[in-house]
Ligand binder design. Structure first.
Ligand code: ADP
Ligand code: MG
Ligand code: ZN
Length: 453
């Protein structure tokens, strides 16, 4: 008989505080409480699913009863007590899942033994997971014991929905908010686990998995399991894209880069691929919107990626794309994409809609800020004032026109100031070169639209 496979999330449940990822505030407080012997009678761990609530509860129970606890409160992980707690079989640690034991009788039955002395450890620890599921009368029964628990009893509650817990219960617990784990932290943890499991998974693959897991480490580990089941011990980004129907960020950046260059064919091929592979188009558009948001933040901060939870090696390329579109162009893109995303599910011809949106994006890359064009316009119609035209936004002469323009271009807010792009340097120099044919045509259009000054 082959041995049953243990899923990674279970196999790698942390046995030591040091292995709990991304929750230093929780770990430090718990360690401190234990070391200084100021352990509360009841704890509540709250937070999104798969981020370490149950793990924290078991770690704390372990640390409370460990026979060879370290000076830093770290449970040894090897004594009988630690081993039994990890297996969920310790006599002194009573674990109860309120999701499937929500009735008052369930809780009464568990609490019958509160007065019993601990069998081996220092405390009898009651862990009530998903505690928000308890019925009202069950909460009342719990409250009675919480009000005056025997000195050898500790309660550890955990929940994803603290707002569903009665105030009376909340007020008797020391509360710890377990937070979403950052992508970087998750990637690092998955990397360690891959090494231990002899799996060869490139960082960008781990990153893709972690990003769609939205801060939940359990989900990320579940996805790693799924990917390895599908592709073996050397999964690639293509495998991940296939299994999870995702498109990795580097590929989305590549798309935007191509569109910024005006490469409409690339956009059409991309749309074809998305539709042919049966991916959820709205989700792909959603990823593009999130990416555009990151680009806006990068553009606004001049390429400073601090606090963006972005891998350093992707930043330069992304910043380049961001600069190419410019902040205003990106705002426009975000609007086009989120609008398309909202409508695509109900659209009669979703494919055309997506194609059209992508082609619109190629135009954004080619657009010159209206302010620049208006400056050119005044340059042509008002040759005497040429020397007064500067690149640093001395557009006072064209302000009225530019403002009007900003209200008119597709109803969008467009830059009324010349951009800092290098292509525009000829304007800032105030050089007197003759406009090209296409520039003349553009100016003619502008004149018709906004009236020559
Ligand atoms: N912060 C974390 N650090 C390390 N592993 C984690 C963390 N959060 C979740 N995990 C992994 O996910 C699994 C489930 O975590 P768990 O604590 O049960 O999540 P929940 O917050 O839903 O109670 C754990 O066994 C562990 O493998
Ligand atoms: Mg849990
Ligand atoms: Zn121990």
């Amino acid at each position: 008989m082959t041995e049953a496979y243990t899923v990674l999330a279970r196999k790698y449940r942390p046995r030591r505080f040091a292995d709990l990822v991304g929750q230093p505030h929780v770990v430090n407080a718990l360690r401190n409480a234990i070391v200084t012997n100021r352990v509360a009678q009841a704890f509540l761990f709250t937070g999104p699913r798969g981020t370490g609530k149950t793990t924290s509860a078991r770690l704390l129970a372990s640390a409370l009863n460990c026979a060879r606890r370290g000076d830093d409160a770290e449970p040894c992980g090897e004594c009988e007590s630690c081993k039994d707690v990890a297996r969920g079989e310790d006599l002194d640690v009573i674990e109860m899942d309120a999701a499937s034991n929500s009735r008052v009788d369930d809780i009464r039955q568990r609490l019958e033994s509160v007065d019993t002395r601990p069998a081996r450890g220092r405390y009898r620890v009651f862990i009530i997971d998903e505690v928000h599921m308890l019925s009202t009368s069950a909460f009342n029964a719990l409250l009675k014991t919480l009000e005056e628990p025997p000195a050898h009893v500790k309660f550890i509650l955990a929940t994803t929905n603290p707002e569903k817990i009665p105030e009376t219960v909340l007020s008797r617990c020391q509360r710890y908010d377990v937070r979403r784990v950052t992508t970087a932290e998750m990637v690092a943890r998955l990397g360690e686990i891959c090494a231990a499991e002899k799996l060869h998974v490139a960082p960008e693959v781990l990153r893709a998995i972690c990003e769609i897991s939205e801060g939940g480490l359990r989900d990320a580990l579940g996805r790693l399991d799924q990917l390895v089941a599908f592709a073996g011990d050397r999964p690639t980004l293509e495998h991940a894209e296939k299994v999870f129907g995702l498109i990795s960020r580097p590929r989305l950046v590549e798309l935007l880069n191509a569109l910024a260059r005006g490469d409409a064919a690339f956009g059409l091929r991309f749309a074809e691929e998305v539709f042919d592979s049966g991916k959820d188009v709205a989700e792909v558009l959603g990823s593009l919107v999130s990416l555009t948001r990151l680009l806006m933040l990068l553009a606004a901060s001049g390429g400073e990626a601090k606090g963006l939870d972005l891998p350093a090696d992707e930043v330069p390329q992304m910043h380049k794309v961001a600069e190419r579109f410019g902040l205003h162009g990106l705002v426009y893109i975000a609007e086009i994409l989120s609008d398309c995303r909202q409508r695509v599910r109900r659209a009669a011809f979703p494919r055309v809609m997506v194609e059209a949106a992508l082609i619109k994006l190629t135009l954004v890359g080619q657009l010159e800020p209206v302010g620049v064009l208006m400056d050119r316009l005044s340059e042509m119609t008002d040759t005497d004032s040429l020397s007064g035209v500067t690149g640093q936004g001395d557009s006072s002469k064209s302000d009225a026109g530019a403002q009007q323009a900003s209200q008119n271009v597709g109803g969008r807010q467009e830059s009324a100031k010349p951009a800092t792009r290098s292509e525009n340097s000829d304007v800032s120099q105030g050089s007197k070169r003759t406009p090209t044919e296409s520039e003349k045509a553009a100016l003619e259009t502008l004149k018709r639209k906004f009236g020559a000054r």
